[in-house]
Write a protein that binds this ligand. Structure first.
Ligand code: SF4
Length: 292
């Protein structure tokens, strides 16, 4: 064990990978974290329902996850013209080469990473974490290994407390506890080895319902299954066409939630679904920290 680490924290997003961390702890397949946090944003109804179903199951297994509630990310973004500081959503624009490019993402840091950090401060009863080492468990799997950062500590002062731990990537596991064999698990293997094998319901993909990283299939699913959220996403999409931070003008846009650079409400799903290969851009905030 790293003796400097004073706390083990699970970063939960209620998608496949992070829910499996909780389940594997409950099943005795992974050591237990001291505390688990979920920063609740504006997830799809499917994720909200899933969380509601799993919390009592996990509680019976002795596992709990604390839900943190930051300010409403949807309201924050849609009201960007009047905000003092706007969190950057990775909305799409056409770059100089004529290709779709997302703006740099600030929402993950503002609404996930910093919120979990504040949850840890409250849990420990300290004002600053910079002198501590906190091991953050993230459910990143071998099929998305590029998201894992091998270095133990984040380079910035604000994040210097973080020791990244990836229980599904053996070579990046940051615990040398001989009782546990750190394995290499892909998302597919987790579904097989945890959810199917033990009969737990498989989570839907977890992310904000309006996340610009959704592919066309995800947008179609929201359109069909959650029409109220799709309409809210359309309203947001309309509102960000000229989106920019107040202090930084990065590009003049126009901006879109959909990578196809088409207003959401104008999408011809039959056409777009045929045209687009089934590329999956990301699994949203499943690890609890989006891409981090
Ligand atoms: S799911 Fe998308 S919109 Fe929500 S915080 Fe993560 S990157 Fe930002």
């Amino acid at each position: 064990m790293n003796e400097n680490v004073i706390l083990d924290v699970g970063s939960i997003g209620w998608g496949v990978q992070s829910t499996a961390i909780l389940l594997m702890q409950g099943l005795g397949l992974l050591p237990k974290t001291d505390v688990n946090f979920f920063s609740e944003l504006r997830e799809t109804q499917a994720t909200i329902d899933y969380k509601g179903k799993m919390e009592p199951i996990l509680k019976d297994m002795g596992i709990e996850c604390v839900t943190l509630k930051p300010k409403d990310i949807y309201e924050h973004i849609i009201n960007w013209p009047t905000a003092d500081r706007v969190s950057m959503l990775p909305v799409w624009f056409k770059n100089e080469e004529g290709k779709a490019q997302p703006l740099n993402r600030g929402c993950t840091a503002d609404f996930k990473i910093n919120i979990v950090a504040s949850g840890i401060r409250d849990y420990l009863g300290v004002k600053r974490l910079s002198r501590h080492s906190i091991r953050i468990w993230q459910g990143i799997t071998t099929d998305e290994i590029g998201r894992a950062k091998k270095s133990a500590l984040y380079p910035t002062k604000q994040n210097s407390f973080r020791v990244n731990h990836y229980p599904y990537i053996g070579q990046y596991a940051n615990i040398t506890d001989p009782r546990y064999k750190w394995v290499d698990y892909s998302r597919f293997k987790i579904i097989e080895e945890v959810f199917i094998k033990y009969g737990f319901p498989i989570p839907p993909k977890s992310s904000c319902f309006f996340c610009p990283f959704h592919d066309i299939e995800y947008w179609y699913e929201i359109f069909i299954k959650e029409p109220e959220n799709f309409e809210l996403a359309c309203l947001l999409d309309d509102a960000i066409r000229n989106y920019n931070t107040v202090s930084e003008v990065l590009t003049s846009g126009p901006f879109y939630l959909y990578k196809g650079l088409i207003p959401l409400r104008n999408i011809d799903f039959d056409k777009e679904r045929k045209q687009q290969t089934q590329q999956v851009l990301m699994a949203g905030c499943e690890s609890g920290f989006c891409f981090m």
